[in-house]
Design a binder for this molecule. Structure first.
Ligand code: FAJ
Length: 697
């Protein structure tokens, strides 16, 4: 059971090969040997996950094979896991380098790999490269040269990029140990699914020992006048919202499937190997007319779709199909089942006709389609203003999760990462999330990061046989770096802005995807007080904003204000001071960019006074307001799937071009817009660079 869990928490299917393992093994192993391989691979993962402070050696991995004849399989499993960042990643001390990756370099001179950006992807990539290169130690010597050097160029004077824990006033005392300093999270704040696949688990808990606080699902919603929305009412409207979302999901693109094979589930469950492992290789069988074993073809799904929990919703990214949703049930029947009453005379046969909106335009959006659905629901159920405020609160929550208005999200692809969310506790780091990138930078040995080094142009040569450094990187401070490979991790917003010149220009396929993908904005209004006037034990509370009167149409518009301070995080447990973080999502995020601090503080204080009346709400003693769109090294908060984004675009973002490699959250289709996605993209890019240096496994 422990080995099964180890595979699952490493985002691998314990019972099936990863598509890349399948490609590597299909010509060399039989179906029965797949079971042996999976048993070994899961057991190696178990060695790693039980204590990620300790490096798993090749010898230990080989020890996971039960018979000598499977030592070769164990070596392959070990090397695959190592190369792809499933084991021995992060801040682990590497013992005397062994010949873990038996490959040789092509030339004798010292190579240079430059990583641009010291965010989680860049640091993750550089740390992984250092680790993998160290293990090739002897081979560089054999080649008469030194191991390649890795240099990180970072525009800012700090590490972390969009993970930034801003020190609070009078707290910038370096004698206070990091984990105890009072900080405000300007960027990422939540770590999702600690126990179930998040690679940051190994870093935060296993290696750096950083304290964290588990989020509780005890959120309440305040209406604009300060009354608290009853839980039952909130649930009723949320069900309606989910129903419309689910009806809109029929327009979702079909997920890509990959070929792979499964092992024998029963044997793997009990950790046993098959007695007879002979026969033809998988590829021979596949190319012949022989019927394949029952489990021979399967699609590679490492995760299953699961309904999300309340906390997950508030943590951002997970509204998804609930098990048992039946799209053939009419909307009116569904409404009755939820607990709504139909208007007098309304027929239970009434349903939503979303096609008119979804199919009438070239680039339908989620927001327009859902609003069309809400309008149709209003024909047969009586939605009161508070219901509409609640529905718009959920829109705002999606706008937070995607850093964009729902009217900018692709109807067919906005949740293309569905099914990959990690289950389990969501947490916040105590003392600042930036401890994680700092740890990656410093442990076990400082990476070579050059701060305040802003890259302005990249000259590159795609000729594989070019005899010399293929890339010249020029910085605004006049420094020039020559490199054999460059890993670019600058945010999509920076790439979109064109602030880095490429010579020759990036090819059309890369430039086009940069333009098609969405890069949105979320902002925070951070308020520090002398004393908390809110309930200290609640991690967050929401606010339903009042509709605004639109004179031109003489109607009330619920969308205009919905993202203004729609959610407050109470970070007293993690920041060390009484602090509220008010989120500005969707259009409100842009409003925050254009408004003065004074204006925003006045507005938010007004809202808080209404919510907490008759308590007195003072002005904050310190305020910090983010304006991520204006930040020249981010130009926004995170990526989203815009109406013109195409299926597979995240992978196109990730695809290398000559000596240029790409990492960053916007290159991680399975976990975009997240810190763990950024980190995983760094591991992936490191594997690509290593392959280009020493060849494939
Ligand atoms: O909590 O995992 C969060 N949790 C999370 N990610 C978030 C979250 C969002 C979320 C919540 C729940 C589930 C999933 C996501 C919501 C929000 O609360 N939160 C969040 C909030 C804000 C306001 C922001 C801005 C972001 C988040 N994110 C997203 C993550 O922070 C990012 O996905 C991740 O940190 C990106 O890492 P990366 O390595 O891909 O990119 P950067 O920007 O960190 O690093 C690039 C580096 O390049 C920077 O250091 C930059 O200075 C440098 N650079 C740029 N131009 C350069 C350059 N260096 C040299 N020369 C140049 N020309």
């Amino acid at each position: 059971r422990q080995t099964i869990l180890a595979a699952e928490s490493s985002r691998l299917n314990p019972f099936a090969l990863h598509p890349e393992e399948y490609k590597l093994l299909r010509e060399h192993v039989t179906h029965a040997q797949v079971t042996v391989y999976l048993n070994i691979r899961n057991a190696i993962l178990r060695l790693w996950t039980r204590n990620p402070l300790v490096y798993v050696t090749l010898g230990e991995a080989v020890g996971c094979a039960r018979e000598k004849r499977y030592f070769g399989l164990a070596q392959v499993a070990y090397q695959w896991l190592l190369r792809n960042g499933y084991i021995n990643f992060g801040c682990v001390d590497i013992p005397n380098p062994t010949a873990a990756i038996p490959r040789r370099t092509k030339g004798g001179h010292q190579k240079t790999v430059i990583v641009i950006g010291a965010g989680m992807s860049g640091l993750g990539c550089a740390r992984q490269l250092e680790g993998l290169l160290a293990q090739l130690g002897d081979h560089w010597v054999n080649e008469g040269g030194k191991a390649p050097k890795v240099i990180v160029l970072e525009a800012r004077p700090r590490v972390g990029g969009r993970v930034y824990s801003h020190p609070l006033r009078n707290q910038n005392n370096s004698t206070i140990p990091e984990g105890h300093r009072c900080t405000a999270e300007m960027g990422a704040q939540i770590v999702t699914g600690f126990d179930h696949g998040n690679p940051l688990n190994a870093l935060i808990r296993g290696q750096l020992g950083i304290p964290y606080h588990g989020l509780r699902d005890n959120t309440i919603l305040y209406d604009h006048n300060g009354t608290i929305v009853e839980r039952s009412h909130d649930t009723l409207v949320e069900k309606l919202y989910n129903d419309i979302l689910e009806r809109a999901s029929v327009y979702r693109n079909k997920p890509a499937t990959f070929r792979t094979v499964e092992g024998d589930r029963n044997l793997i469950l009990f950790g046993r190997d098959p007695s007879d492992t002979g026969g033809a290789s998988i590829s021979t069988l596949e190319n012949s007319n022989t019927p394949l074993p029952a489990n021979a073809n399967t699609t590679a799904s490492t995760t299953e779709e699961k309904p999300s929990s309340g906390v997950e919703k508030l943590a951002g990214r997970a509204y998804q199909l609930t098990a048992g949703f039946n799209p053939n049930t009419t909307a009116a029947e569904a409404a009755i089942a939820m607990g709504w009453q139909l208007k007098p005379g309304a027929s239970p046969n009434q349903t939503l006709e979303l096609d008119k909106m979804a199919k009438s335009v070239d680039y339908p959006t989620l927001g327009e389609t859902m609003d069309y659905g809400i309008k149709q629901y209003q024909e047969f159920i009586d939605l009161k203003p508070r219901d509409l405020r609640l529905l718009n609160w959920h829109h705002a929550n999606l706008e937070y999760a995607n850093a964009a208005s729902v009217n900018q999200l692709s109807l067919s692809g906005w949740d293309q990462d569905i099914g990959n969310e990690f289950e389990g506790e969501h947490t916040q780091i105590i003392g600042g999330y930036q401890q994680v990138p700092r740890g990656l930078w410093q442990c076990p040995k400082k990476l070579d990061v050059r701060f305040k080094t802003v890259v302005k142009s990249i000259q590159y040569n795609t000729n594989e046989h070019y005899n010399g450094k293929s890339v010249k990187v020029e910085c605004t401070n006049g420094e020039i770096f020559e490199a054999d490979q460059v890993v670019l991790t600058t945010p999509l917003g920076v790439l979109k802005s064109g602030s880095i010149n490429f010579h020759p220009p990036l090819p059309d396929w890369k430039q086009a995807v940069i333009e098609r993908m969405g890069f949105g904005v979320l902002n925070k209004v951070i308020l520090v007080y002398e004393e908390a006037f809110w309930e200290k034990d609640r991690d967050m509370f929401g606010l339903l904003n009042e509709a605004e009167h639109r004179e031109s149409l003489d109607t009330k518009d619920y969308s205009l204000n919905r993202g203004h301070f729609y959610l407050f995080w109470n970070t007293i447990k993690t920041s060390g001071r009484p602090m509220l973080v008010a989120l500005m999502a969707g259009d409100a995020a842009h409003y925050a960019e254009a408004s003065s601090d004074d204006c925003l503080v006045k507005e938010v204080t007004g809202r808080l006074k209404q919510m907490f009346s008759p308590k007195s709400v003072p002005l904050p003693s310190e305020t910090i307001i983010t304006r991520w769109r204006k930040d020249p090294y981010a130009r926004g908060s995170y990526s989203y799937v815009g109406p013109k984004t195409q299926v597979g675009d995240y992978d196109v973002m990730a695809r290398p071009h000559g000596p240029l490699y790409f990492a960053g959250e916007a290159t991680c289709g399975t976990h975009p817009a997240t810190v763990h996605g950024a980190y995983l993209s760094g591991l992936r890019a490191a594997a690509e660079v290593i392959e280009s240096l020493v060849g494939p496994l």
